[in-house]
Design a binder for this molecule. Structure first.
Ligand code: 0X9
Ligand code: CA
Ligand code: CA
Ligand code: CA
Ligand code: ZN
Length: 444
């Protein structure tokens, strides 16, 4: 309590300075200091810190419970994103924090050119570029792709679902697969993952037998950008802001944004796996689905219930970074829990491990990292009985760019997941085949 109060005062005191900084923002962006932590300039800005110690899941959950995001878990170190007062709070808790260098890139070419990646990362697609690329691909492959605007973000940008299947305009009786991307603003590589998959399905349909079968026998929903506002905000100055949340204002607070991956309506806020404070990176929002983007996607998923049966059987929610394949639950450290039987868990683990064997990621239950509540994968399973995985993409470590790996790695690191995605699609008719229980669970 005392910490919070002290911090509140500090934050209030910093506010006047914050306004001055905001006015000077274009200048600051132009004169960015490569290698310097952004937290050094602006007390509200988030930077990464390394904590050198072996940690148990319970200690990591305690750190996560302070409202910082945990970005990296290694045998003898952690990396967290924190603003300056959060860093102080962690130090008060006895942790030794070493600031890590911020991503250093020359800002995008002209100061007038906003909402774009630094020129060195021009290979990434901003929202307008991604939209144009999606429209181009859907038009070029209209026999197997159908685009639908399923709703709007807080700031009014389109949230899009592309259906990839033969006869895409009709709802056929085929297992459906859900691929969601970019809940977290700074995780831009996940949008590239969606664009890669669309390109791959489009180019290889009718040429590659696996792709052809996947498209013919499944209905694949690709949602390339769940958080377009956050993504644009993260690149709006031409330098990276380390933004995670959406950009929705919070009542009674000057801090914007909800952590969308703490806002889903299953055991929301149950278990100390999210923050009640709007200033925190893991703020869970005022209520489940209070983030309009989460509501849009949850409504879309609920809309896939046909004749009382959820058509979507499996999915992947793409994040960065750490190179992990995660399965639920995140809200509890138990392998099994209400609604998660031993067989469910074993099927999750079997398919998860197989996907991880193909992309070289590490497979585990998500709470082995740290406890989270209100995450999409918990909701997909707990509420909809969808086998929902979380992939944490490249890199494995902050040394290779953390949330901002250079655009040179996009092709390699998206194609790296080709086989894993196809495996999930191929397993989607009966996830229990992976544990030899097809007869028991999937016989018609
Ligand atoms: O904390 C998250 O939301 C995800 N990690 S990230 O670094 N991309 O923010 C992990 C979510 C894993 N899923 C659950 N814990 N349920
Ligand atoms: Ca480059
Ligand atoms: Ca079809
Ligand atoms: Ca269908
Ligand atoms: Zn994420």
């Amino acid at each position: 309590m005392r910490l919070r109060n002290r911090r509140d005062r500090r934050v209030a005191a910093a506010l006047a300075l914050g306004i001055a900084l905001a006015v000077a923002a274009p200048l600051t962006a132009g004169a960015s200091q490569p290698g310097r932590s952004p937290a050094a300039a602006d007390p509200e800005a988030v930077g990464q810190y390394e904590i050198r110690s072996k940690s148990a899941p319970s200690e990591r959950s305690a750190i996560a419970a302070t409202g910082v995001s945990i970005d990296e878990v290694k045998p003898d170190k952690l990396v967290v994103s924190a603003d300056r007062s959060q860093a102080r709070e962690l130090r008060t808790l006895g942790h030794e924090l070493k600031p890590l260098p911020a991503p250093s890139r020359e800002p995008s070419a002209s100061a007038a050119k906003v909402f774009d990646f630094p020129s060195a990362d021009a290979g990434y697609h901003n929202y307008a570029e991604a939209t144009a690329e999606i429209d181009r691909l859907v038009a070029a492959h209209s026999a197997i792709m159908h685009k639908q605007v399923i709703g709007k973000s807080y700031e009014g940008r389109d949230i899009v679902a592309v259906k990839v299947s033969d006869n895409p305009a009709s709802d056929e009786d085929e297992p459906e697969v859900l691929l969601t991307h970019h809940q977290h603003a700074r995780e831009h590589l996940t949008v590239e993952m969606a664009l890669y998959l669309l390109r791959e399905f489009g180019d290889d349909y009718g040429k590659d037998s696996r792709i052809t079968q996947a498209v013919a026998g499944r209905e694949i929903w690709i949602l390339p950008d769940l958080n377009p506002d956050g993504g644009e905000y993260d690149i709006a100055t031409g330098s990276y802001r380390m933004w995670r949340k959406n950009t929705q204002p919070n009542r009674g607070s000057s801090h914007r944004g909800t952590d969308m991956n703490r806002n889903w309506d299953y055991r929301w806020g149950c278990c100390n796996g999210s923050s009640t404070s709007p200033r925190d990176d893991t703020y869970r929002g005022a209520a489940p689905e209070s983030a309009p983007e989460v509501k849009v996607v949850a409504d879309f998923v609920r809309g896939r219930v046909v004749d009382g049966k959820q058509q979507i059987t499996a999915g992947i929610d793409f994040h960065t970074y750490s190179e992990l394949v995660l399965w639920p639950y995140g809200f509890t450290t138990g392998d099994t829990a209400p609604g998660m039987t031993r067989d469910d868990r074993d099927a999750f683990a079997a398919v998860g491990r197989k996907m991880a064997a193909s992309n070289g990621y590490k497979p585990m239950q998500s709470s082995d990292l740290y406890v989270t509540d209100g995450s999409i994968d918990d909701w997909l399973w707990g509420d909809q009985k969808v086998f929902g995985y979380t992939f944490e993409m490249y890199p494995s470590s902050n040394r290779d760019g953390g949330f901002y790996p250079p655009d040179e790695v996009i092709e390699r690191e998206t194609s790296r997941n080709r086989d894993a995605v196809l495996q999930l699609i191929e397993s989607a008719d009966c996830m229990y085949r992976s544990i030899g229980k097809e007869q028991q669970y999937c016989a018609d």
